[in-house]
Design a protein around this ligand. Structure first.
Ligand SMILES: O=C[C@H](O)COP(=O)(O)O
Length: 259
């Protein structure tokens, strides 16, 4: 059975002290966490520290928030896929809208990152999403499927998505407190799956599609209960131990097959 995937992206937040406190309290709050695949993405500089204070429990998987596509060389300030693998990272977020916007990363760069990660066996979490204007112009599927996802599919083949995770994050819903409508998210996730299905039916079944954007403890289940929502990518709410653990507990106890 596939476990729900819950990712906490801490973005540019945290310190050694806050991470220690988080780990200490997190496991006390969780009641049924083995039913979820919990993935946390601290800032890169804290990945190793975080891993060490988890006492190798394997209950939380390590995720990086970004990566360079080069494995070594004169690229000042960057972190490579090989380095992440070396310290035990399993997942890497690529194409987050904050990277696309603040660091001007385009689909070509994101595809190169995807390719580098696949080559060394790290699991990419590919973020896709439309702006408010694109949504109002009814361009959501054009942007997220025909442009953002297709860039990877054309270069790498659709099967490259088999062991990858797609995170649909409408840009207007990120950090705004205004989450998307769960019914609309289901329709979009279904469209993403259909888009992939037309190219390869097996890949469409295997690929995991998560929703992200202003998830909190009150709305998490409303998204997760949707058929094509395989999990959640949580930003702000993942910084609060109590809230993040409540989200995980709720989802752990929700049995999709019986509802
Ligand atoms: O990576 C996480 C997303 O950007 C969602 O962030 P948020 O939950 O703070 O809206």
């Amino acid at each position: 059975m596939n476990k729900p995937i819950i990712i906490g992206n801490w973005k540019l937040n945290g310190s050694k002290y806050s991470i220690q406190t988080f780990v200490r309290n997190f496991f006390k709050e969780l009641s049924n966490f083995k039913k979820c695949n919990i993935i946390i993405a601290p800032p890169n500089i804290y990945l190793d520290f975080f891993k060490n204070i988890l006492f190798n429990k394997n209950l939380i998987s390590l995720c990086a928030q970004d990566v360079d596509f080069n494995n070594y060389g004169s690229f000042t300030g960057e972190t490579s896929p090989l380095m992440l693998k070396d310290i035990g990272v399993k997942y890497v977020i690529i194409g987050h809208s904050e990277r696309r916007f603040y660091h001007k990363e385009d689909d070509q760069v994101i595809t190169k990152k995807f390719s580098s990660l696949k080559k060394i066996g790290l699991i990419p979490i590919i973020c896709i999403g439309e702006t408010k204007t694109e949504k109002l112009q009814d361009k959501t599927i054009d942007v997220i499927c025909y442009k953002q996802l297709n860039s990877i599919i054309e270069k790498m083949g659709v099967e490259s998505l088999n062991d990858s995770i797609i995170a649909y994050e409408p840009i207007w819903a990120i950090g705004t407190g205004k989450a998307a409508n769960p019914n609309e998210v289901q329709i979009i996730h279904e469209s993403i799956r259909q888009f992939i299905f037309k190219k390869n039916s097996q890949t469409a079944k295997k690929v995991k599609i998560l929703y992200g954007g202003s998830i909190n403890e009150k709305n998490a289940i409303k998204f997760f209960e949707k058929q094509d929502v395989d999990g959640l990518l949580v930003g702000n709410a993942a910084l609060e131990t109590k809230i993040f653990s409540r989200i995980i507990n709720e989802i752990s106890y929700y049995n999709k097959n019986n509802n």
